[in-house]
Design a protein around this ligand. Structure first.
Ligand SMILES: [Zn+2]
Length: 62
């Protein structure tokens, strides 16, 4: 059996936020302390909704 060494992949973490009022979605780079369902600042699109983290994922950086 032959083993192939997997090439090291570096993942860049991203955070997706969604407004609970107008459902605007914004994606940005992950910041320390982010977690799913974390409330962020007020929505800048509608002005009265609250932005919440809905997803955190990693993308392979090139
Ligand atoms: Zn909004």
């Amino acid at each position: 059996m032959r083993l192939f060494k997997k090439k090291d992949e570096v993942l860049d973490p991203y955070t997706v936020e969604q407004c609970n009022s107008c459902h605007a979605i914004s994606k940005r780079k992950f910041r320390e302390g982010d977690h799913v369902f974390k409330m962020i600042e007020k929505c800048t699109s509608c002005g009265n909704g609250q932005m919440m983290v809905t997803k955190i994922f990693g993308e392979v950086s090139k």
